[in-house]
Unconditional design. Structure first.
Length: 272
C-alpha cells in the first residue's frame, strides 16, 4: 500500500506539465485523482495551452499507475464550472483529502489583457479551487492537505516591465497570502495548507519559444541583468522534482507542517 492509499486528490491544470506530474506521482502512492484542466486557449497567452488529448494522456498515465481518475474540462476562473467538475469527481470517488492548486499561465510579454488573465487564473482560480474544496474536506472531519503551486517569482521581485510579467509575480506572491490565511483558518479542522515555489521547470509553460525569448530579452535589456541561474549545477528542474516535494507535503510524513513556503529551486532564491 502506498502512503496515500484510500485518499482522493483534486489537481487543477492536470493535463500536462507539473499538473500531470503531480497526478501521476500521487497516483503512484495510491491516491485516486480528480483531474481538472481548461484544455482551451486563452487569447493573451502566446504559447499553446493544453488540449483534450493532453488530458486523455494524463488519464492513461494515472490508470497505468493503478489509480482511478475522473477527468473534467473546466476553467478555474469559473467557480461554478469548477465546482461542478469537483462534484463529478466526488460522485464517483466519494471523498476529497488533498488539493493541489496548480493551474497557471505565464503570459509574460502581454499587456493589460495579460495582467487580467494571469491574475484571474493564477490567483483568483486558486481561491476558487480552495473555496470549492473546503466544505467537503471540513465535513469529512478527517483533516487533509492543500498545496498551492506558486513560483520562485512568488518570493522574489523578478520579472520584466510587461504587464503580464508583473501580474505573474503579483499573483504568485498573492498565493503566499492566501496560503497563510487558509493555514490559520483551516488548522482547527486539521487541514494543512502550504505553498511550493519552483524555479524554472521543464514544462510547456516555460520550454517554448515565446517564454525563452522573453527571458533572453529580460537579461539583454536590463542595466543590471538578473542572475537567473540556480545555485546547484542544474539549469532546469523536472516536473517530477516538484511532484516529489508535493507528495511529501501531502503525506503523513509532513503531518505537522503547515503555513510554509517551500522552495524547490536548486538554490535559486538563495542567490537573490
Amino acid at each position: 500500500m502506498g502512503s496515500l492509499s484510500g485518499k482522493v486528490a483534486l489537481i487543477t491544470g492536470a493535463a500536462r506539465g507539473q499538473g500531470r506530474a503531480h497526478a501521476v506521482r500521487l497516483a503512484s502512492e495510491g491516491a485516486d485523482i480528480i483531474a481538472v484542466d481548461l484544455c482551451d486557449q486563452i487569447a493573451s497567452v502566446p504559447y499553446p495551452l493544453a488540449t483534450p488529448d493532453d488530458l486523455a494522456a494524463t488519464v492513461k498515465l494515472v490508470e497505468d499507475a493503478g489509480a482511478r481518475i475522473v477527468a473534467c474540462q473546466a476553467d478555474v476562473r469559473d467557480r461554478a464550472a469548477l465546482g461542478a467538475a469537483l462534484q463529478t469527481g466526488l460522485d464517483k470517488l466519494g471523498r476529497l483529502d488533498i488539493v493541489v492548486a496548480n493551474a497557471g499561465i505565464a503570459p509574460m510579454q502581454a499587456g493589460p489583457d495579460g495582467w487580467r488573465d494571469v491574475i484571474d487564473v493564477n490567483l483568483t482560480g486558486v481561491h476558487h479551487t480552495v473555496e470549492e474544496a473546503i466544505p467537503t474536506m471540513v465535513s469529512q472531519g478527517e483533516g487533509g492537505s492543500i498545496v498551492l503551486i506558486s513560483s520562485a517569482a512568488g518570493l522574489a521581485g523578478i520579472g520584466s516591465p510587461d504587464a503580464g510579467s508583473i501580474g505573474y509575480a503579483a499573483a504568485k506572491h498573492g498565493l503566499v497570502g492566501l496560503m497563510r490565511v487558509y493555514a490559520n483558518h483551516l488548522a482547527r479542522h486539521s487541514i494543512r495548507v502550504n505553498s511550493v515555489h519552483p524555479a524554472g521547470v521543464d514544462t510547456p509553460m516555460i520550454n517554448n519559444e515565446f517564454t525563452r525569448q522573453w527571458l533572453a530579452d529580460l537579461i539583454a535589456e536590463s542595466d543590471s541583468p538578473p542572475d537567473m541561474g540556480n545555485a546547484l549545477p542544474v539549469q532546469v528542474l523536472s516536473a517530477e522534482d516538484v511532484a516529489n516535494a508535493v507528495a511529501w507535503l501531502v503525506s503523513d510524513q509532513a503531518r505537522y507542517i503547515t503555513g510554509i513556503t517551500l522552495p524547490v529551486d536548486a538554490g535559486f532564491l538563495n542567490k537573490q
